[in-house]
Design a protein around this ligand. Sequence first.
Ligand SMILES: *[C@@H]1O[C@H](CO)[C@@H](O)[C@H](O)[C@H]1NC(C)=O
Ligand SMILES: *[C@@H]1O[C@H](CO)[C@@H](O)[C@H](O)[C@H]1NC(C)=O
Ligand SMILES: *[C@@H]1O[C@H](CO)[C@@H](O)[C@H](O)[C@H]1NC(C)=O
Length: 365
Amino acid sequence: MNFRRTRPQQLIAIGSVTIFICVYSVTWPSGILNQKEDQDASPATLSAVQEHLNIVRYADMVRWGRNNQTSSSFWASSILSDDRRIYFHETTGRDHLNLRQLCAVESTAKENPSRSVQIFFQTDHVNVTSAPFELVLKTYPNIAVLLINAKDYFTATPLERWYSRGVWRKSPYKTEHFSDYIRILSSFKGGGMYMDLDFVTLKPLDADIFRNFVPEEDNAVLTGSSFHFEKGHPIVRKIMTYLASSYRPKEWAHSGPAMMQSVVLKYCRKKLPEPTYPLFLCPEIKVLPKKYLYPYTFADWKRLFVTNVSSSDPIFESYAVHTYNKLSKNEPVLVGSDQLYSQIARVHCPVTYAHALTDLEVDFF
Ligand SMILES: *[C@@H]1O[C@H](CO)[C@@H](O)[C@H](O)[C@H]1NC(C)=O
Ligand SMILES: *[C@@H]1O[C@H](CO)[C@@H](O)[C@H](O)[C@H]1NC(C)=O
Ligand SMILES: *[C@@H]1O[C@H](CO)[C@@H](O)[C@H](O)[C@H]1NC(C)=O
């Protein structure tokens, strides 16, 4: 692979990003975090660097959202509740993202510059010096990092009891189940589109197509690894009720894919999704055929690592690709190679990719 070939593209990307930042800074009030408008502010304030990078405490946003008289309330309320937002959750408790996760966030922000892209952490800080996180945040002002305290986040919601009883903490699938719950809780609180951190976004996610949907991962198999529900959608209440009343710590899929399948089919009064793709399973929810976000099934994950991709490959039609991190994480993405994953990363998460390319210690990720 010729490394130099990527340089002009990077320069164009950096140039257009610079213009974009100039335009954006007019509409995206970044200075609001310096305003001392609430005397009850939490004792430790975030550093100036973090404030500058749209790294905010969720609790501060809630307070600003309630405080309706300030210029920041618009920003705060659009952070808290926005059907157009696209959000991710880091659920292992780490204070940074690895390169593949960063590629998921970067590619989504790059392809959807007019939408708020939010990444939730359960820490009270993030380590932006863990490169190239800071550069990604600087490059894409539509990314917001939200720091939550999980206990507070669940408090006074229908899932509070599930969280505080803590049976899930002893589950072998503790992290997965926590992730199943918190992604729905965020939907309940603020709506929007959820994605797992093992996607690469390839095209702008058309807000009409990706609206009130549950995806099919394989023929007639639904999944919870991405979805969109507008705030207040009745199915979200059904899902909340299901999660609050039915928890099986020993079953990996019970509160994830199995829950989606069960709740959606019941809601739509169907026995099974039709294999013949009715786009609309029922009036208020659509089941998106796998070609939109899942060009490869679970069993086909290795296709991301081959170099001989045919021009009729389904990835060229897809809006994003799910990379099945659980299976693919130990397969190296060779930087500068013609592997499909490497090719799409170079184009769709150029900042993350350029870091891997120029840092001599990293020739794969
Ligand atoms: C907040 O501000 C909006 C627009 O200025 C206004 O319509 C709304 O009534 C206000 N809400 C409260 C609770 O003051
Ligand atoms: C942040 O990450 C860098 C690079 O991985 C590491 O050297 C540093 O110790 C971390 N800082 C903190 C405060 O954890
Ligand atoms: C790519 O190569 C593999 C193994 O060499 C082969 O099985 C596969 O059919 C090839 N795919 C395409 C699209 O040519």
